[in-house]
Design a protein. Structure first.
Length: 130
């Protein structure tokens, strides 16, 4: 549970540290998105090898497409983001490529289906170099 002193720092205590605290429907992809706390520092289940969910995860989700049992999108830096089905009717952010994060948290580009690179307008080699 997230607790904050209401008298301190001008922080809105009603604001969750999760990028998307409650289930939120995307009309663009006709799916429901919800942050998984394990991908937010200091939250239940967070561990060193869990990538950190970006604040714009819902926007990325809205621009995602499904390939197999995952969804994928690309950010402005050329990193590919993966979303997984939570098996409760929602999807959650589940990692991204990019060498700017610890290797243990990085989505391995070899595990991304080949058709995803073309649909996102990039190549395996471009993503591997980032």
């Amino acid at each position: 549970m997230w607790v904050h002193n209401a008298e301190c720092c001008g922080v809105d205590v009603k604001t969750s540290p999760l990028p998307v605290a409650g289930a939120k429907r995307s009309d663009k992809v006709n799916e429901i998105y919800k942050s998984n706390p394990k991908h937010t520092l200091g939250q239940t289940g967070n561990r060193p090898n869990a990538g950190i969910e970006p604040k714009n995860s819902f926007e990325l989700f809205e621009n995602s497409f499904q390939s197999g049992n995952k969804r994928y999108s690309i950010d402005s830096d050329g990193n590919i983001h993966q979303f997984a089905n939570s098996n409760d009717g929602t999807w959650h952010w589940a990692g991204r490529t990019g060498k700017d994060q610890p290797e243990s948290q990085r989505l391995n580009s070899s595990n991304i289906p080949n058709n995803v690179f073309g649909k996102l307008g990039t190549t395996y080699n471009k993503v591997k170099r980032k």
